[in-house]
Design a protein around this ligand. Structure first.
Ligand code: NDP
Length: 480
């Protein structure tokens, strides 16, 4: 059985206590590799390596630093097929999705920030006849990056690329549920010639090695993507330590469909925004709000398409919908479907585990599920399910649509379907979310701010701001 290893000081190493956890293949429901069960000793080793590497990395000429990170981006691109297959096996997502979205976007993350570093500049401000100020944005030092299991390599690189490009050394932890692509990335980092200690990747449990990263006094910034409860715990832990923290957390996103939308375009995108990656994307639109005049038409067309969706082996290229990430997560999703029924919801399609055949028989498959008849304030419509479950609600006018969309504690993203330009602007400006898509979904420009408001997070931006998070600004004021 393959053993995943930690990446510390440029080497692939066993965890300090040689303890390992089982790593499951969700599509088949069986253990296929072992992942290090790292602890605070591993964090200490990674920290020493990172601290030692920091001075040379931050002082390296930008062109050289950029060339190394570009080589790492190239390596991701060259190994696209192998990485996509590894991600499908580790996560249960269809290999085609990993090939089209996750891995190319991981490569783009690395390339975007590698080249951004070349254009990095500092501001200066002149106080007429009195003084000149310049702002030196210094890398922080050793920073921690912790990422979830749903888009493993994509979100992992989204954190580490700006940190490295800004001149920091990184200690990163992927989810222990999906460690394989981060392990492959450590091999690619060695091949790309990343200096030892600049990037360290530790595998293991969140409350153990993740917590040790968060609490380490020498790690001065934490960039975290994951659940809101974990984010709240991390925020409260690092606040008295005065660490910088960026939190990209959960969502319960609304998909607002107005009667004037291009129906066919909206329908095909809504299928995707509801069920891509089995609904396990923080940006999925899990609350579908439909204008009353087209509610029945939408319901009939949508449910027919959802009921026809086939689940299949994540490793087969034609598969469009695979398995959920773990047995525990599958049970959580099934529990929410039962909750929806007890709250008065009517299951229009799906609503159950799918028993696959042959070697997929033990996999964690749940039928795509559509539920109607629930009010906006019930738990099903307020809590993040993070699976292939969507609810339908009706609205009569714009005000009602906005009120429904803004209900609840999350504020990550929303999607608007309308052919009226003014309405799109009007509604978008009233939505309390970090991201709004109009007549599209999941388009991503790395220069734009990314992240949520309310319980969906704080402190995360795109483009330059993503790099700035990983710096400490120092103003130098010179008397004229
Ligand atoms: P978790 O919060 O459970 O875990 C996220 C990461 O944090 C994992 O690596 C986890 O390790 C680690 N972790 C858990 N507990 C601690 C701790 N006490 N200290 C430090 N690290 C810890 O989230 P999930 O992995 O379940 O991911 C799903 C969530 O992520 C959803 O809520 C989703 O909406 C959100 N998400 C948000 C995105 C955004 O951009 N806003 C993007 C993608 C997902 P381990 O796996 O070992 O527990």
């Amino acid at each position: 059985m393959e053993k995943i290893l930690n990446y510390i000081a440029g080497n692939l190493v066993e965890p300090s206590h040689s303890a390992y956890l089982d790593n499951y293949e969700p599509g088949r429901g069986k253990v296929y590799s072992w992942v290090p069960d790292s602890d605070e000793h591993d964090v200490e080793m990674a920290f020493s390596a990172a601290k030692k590497a920091f001075s040379a990395w931050k002082n390296m000429p930008l062109e050289q630093r950029c060339a190394i990170l570009q080589r790492l981006a190239d390596k991701i691109g060259e190994n696209k097929a192998a990485l996509a297959l590894a991600e499908a096996k580790d996560n249960g997502k269809p290999v085609s999705l990993a090939l089209q979205v996750d891995i190319p976007r991981a490569e783009s993350n690395m390339r975007f920030f590698a080249t951004a570093a070349l254009h990095w500049s500092s501001e200066s401000h002149i106080m007429e006849n009195e003084a000149i100020n310049y702002t030196h944005r210094k890398p922080i030092g050793v920073v921690g990056c912790i990422s979830p299991w749903n888009l493993p390599l994509y979100l992992f690189t989204w954190k580490i690329a700006p940190a490295l490009a800004a001149g920091n050394c990184v200690i990163a932890k992927p989810s222990e549920l999906t460690p394989m692509t981060a392990f492959l990335l450590s091999k690619l980092a060695i091949e790309a010639g990343l200096p030892a200690g600049v990037l360290n990747i530790l595998h293991g449990l969140g409350p153990k090695v993740g917590d040790a990263i968060v609490k380490h006094p020498g790690i001065k910034a934490i960039s975290f993507t994951g659940g809101t409860a974990t984010g709240a715990y991390i925020a409260s832990t690092v606040a008295p330590m005065f660490k910088k923290v960026s939190l990209e957390l959960g969502g319960k996103n609304a998909n607002l469909i107005f009667a004037d939308a291009d129906f066919n375009e909206m329908l095909s995108h809504t299928l995707r925004s509801s069920f891509a990656n089995q609904g396990q994307i923080c940006l999925c639109g899990s609350r579908i709000l439909v204008e009353s005049s087209i509610y029945d038409q939408f319901k009939e067309a949508f449910v027919a398409k959802v009921a026809a969706m086939q689940l299949g082996d994540p490793l087969v290229e034609s598969t469009k919908m695979g398995a959920l990430v773990s047995e525990a997560h599958m049970n959580k999703v099934l529990g929410y479907i039962e909750l929806a029924k007890s709250e008065g919801g009517r299951v229009l399609c799906g609503g159950h585990r799918v028993q696959m055949e042959g070697e997929l028989a033990n996999g964690y498959y749940v039928a795509p599920t559509v539920i109607e008849g629930l009010g906006p304030h019930c738990r099903t419509n307020m809590e993040e399910i993070f699976g292939p479950v969507v609810t339908l609600q009706k609205f009569d006018n714009e005000e009602e649509a906005i009120e429904l969309a803004n209900t609840g504690s999350y504020g990550l993203s929303a999607t608007i379907w309308t052919s009226q330009l003014q309405r799109a602007h009007r509604v978008a400006s009233e939505l309390h979310t970090g991201i709004v898509w109009v007549n599209c979904w999941l388009l991503r420009d790395l220069r734009t701010p990314f992240g949520g408001v309310k319980s969906s997070g704080v402190g995360r931006e795109g483009g330059w701001e993503a790099m700035r998070f990983f710096t400490e600004p120092q103003n130098v004021c010179i008397k004229l």
